[in-house]
Design a protein around this ligand. Structure first.
Ligand code: CA
Length: 386
């Protein structure tokens, strides 16, 4: 039995891991191993195993954010429970093992077996990775999950991630983000020009087109940059997180809606080689745990955001709706960028066309059912007045 086959993810451990895996495969061939590795997606039954496996997880997110970073902890806890303690994942917050925006690289190189991050942090490697997280004027949380799980989106994304030796799993969605923090009031597009703003993914590319100087910073780096004036504006997630990160102490104006992130989906990025070496029952435990972890992110935000927004406004934050010309210019720039990128790259076009078709159908459906319900119900003063 190879039940002390502990897999470690550091650079030295990787060689040991490969060696152990080879030994395991040899033992399996001889019929003496306690574990068995079925190939992913082979449809075979999960095979019982007694192997002990320890993975390291590097997150892009700060430890204090329980909805976002907490997804890693929920994953780890559930995997451990489902495997009776034999498969354990040790999560590390942003910066503890690798910098926030190098998590995909760490998973690719095998520095860690799993990363917890967002595809749109890595559009410098491949622009189409944005579709895994979100694109401006894209899908809401429910729509994005539907596209990934049931609409073929996850298959398309995994084809992209194959280039990085990574397999990806949805890790949690924030829902439509509330806004962007500005030090000054924004009355129209001209007020945006020349501002320095933290905003990742394609939302950043849209703002660049509107004359903004764009920066991408990890969550734990934003407050200091805003406070000392290195940036004039930022976005992160929404009231619950933003309040914890202290943005209300460095900027007064809070603008909505977060059109650049209507439903961003985070990712667990698993090193493909590590995944293939997992016993099939651990793979199944991981998949179940990932869905469990993902669900927690949205439900925490939906529970905590309302009270956080109330606190922020009571504390003096000025809540503002984006002016119509900002919305319209942003939507126009988004469309142009999507079309330009689709024209320039066949893979991007294939993903964009699939995404667009799903969005069209989804928008029609949600406009009919959800929208009409919301339009009436959310507007009833008896039910929305506090
Ligand atoms: Ca954001």
């Amino acid at each position: 039995m190879d039940n002390d086959d502990v897999v470690r993810g550091d650079a030295l451990g990787r060689r040991a891991f490969v060696g152990k895996a080879a030994a395991g495969a040899a033992a399996l061939a001889a019929g003496t191993a306690g574990g068995a590795c079925a190939g992913p997606g082979d449809g075979g039954p999960a095979v019982q195993t007694t192997r002990n496996v320890i993975w390291r997880l590097a997150s892009s997110f700060p430890r204090g954010l329980d909805a976002l970073y907490g997804s890693s902890e929920r994953l780890a806890q559930k995997v451990e429970t489902l495997t009776e303690g034999r498969f354990r994942i040790r999560p590390y917050a942003a910066g503890e093992l690798v910098p926030a925006l190098q998590v995909l690289d760490a998973a690719q190189q095998g520095t860690v077996q799993v990363g917890h991050s967002a595809g749109y942090y890595y559009t410098g490697k491949n622009e189409a990775l944005a579709f895994e997280t979100c694109v401006p004027f894209g899908l809401t949380s429910r729509q994005q999950s539907a596209w990934l799980y049931e609409g073929g989106g996850l298959d398309l994304m995994r084809q992209l991630y194959a280039d990085f030796g990574v397999i990806t799993f949805p890790a949690g969605n924030t829902g439509a983000q509330l806004g962007r923090w500005f030090k000054r009031e924004i009355r129209g597009v001209p007020d945006l020009r020349g501002l320095k703003m933290r905003i990742p993914g394609m939302g950043g590319a849209v703002m660049d087109r509107l004359g903004v100087t764009v920066q991408v910073l990890g969550g734990s780096e934003i407050y200091a940059a805003l406070e000392r004036g290195a940036i004039d504006a930022t976005e992160w997630v929404g009231p619950y997180d933003d309040e914890k990160l202290g943005f209300q102490n460095a900027a007064r104006f809070y603008y909505y809606p977060g059109w650049w992130e209507p439903g961003p989906s985070m990712s667990f990025m698993v090193n493909r080689q590590a995944w293939d070496q997992l016993p099939s029952s651990y793979q199944e435990a991981f998949e179940v745990a990932a869905v469990y972890a993902m669900n927690g992110t949205q439900t925490i935000y939906d529970t905590k955001n309302p009270e956080a927004l109330t606190r922020l406004v009571a504390g003096g934050t000025q809540l503002r709706r984006f002016p119509e010309d900002v919305m319209a210019a942003s939507e126009r720039a988004t469309r142009e960028l999507l079309e330009e990128r689709a024209a320039a790259d066949a893979t991007y076009r294939r993903i964009y066309e699939a995404f667009r078709e799903f969005r069209t159908n989804s928008y029609r459906w949600f406009e009919t059912a959800e929208q009409e319900f919301a339009r009436f119900a959310y507007d009833q003063p008896e039910w929305t007045a506090s």
